[in-house]
Design a protein around this ligand. Sequence first.
Ligand code: SME
Length: 156
Amino acid sequence: MFAANAIDTGNKPAFYKELATQLKALLEGEGDSIANAANTAALIYQMVPDLNWAGFYFLASEDELVLGPFQGKPACVRIAVGKGVCGKAIELDMSMLVKDVHEFPGHIACDSASRSELVVLLRDADGAFGVLDLDSPLPGRFDKEDQAGIEKLAAI
Ligand code: SME
């Protein structure tokens, strides 16, 4: 049985380094992408403080994302590329760090409690194939250190 170990969240780079080590251990030896995405969402939701949603959207075609494994409230299933924070991340081919979702034109509110959001790309050799999306009920919850840490987890 895998048991996540508590990590001191005071030092974000060290926190995400340790979380990456735990994620590698959790996924080791398993090749099923749905199972691995589900466990990744669960680990992030358990370990990263102050989240109300953590999960995946995958490109089902070149112009539409579809909901993947997640933790949190039920969410919108389909997001057009270019729409919302997730669709913008794909369109612009970059991570999106939104300090206040109320200030983001076109933000898609799946949970009205969400106030800030971090979306990072999932990439393979052919480019982005989806996103990892984190929501928080706290405004300004995410900073560049969170972005760098979550990008490392997405790469795993
Ligand atoms: N807020 C996202 C939609 C997905 S939910 O947050 C789970 C967006 O604007 O793309």
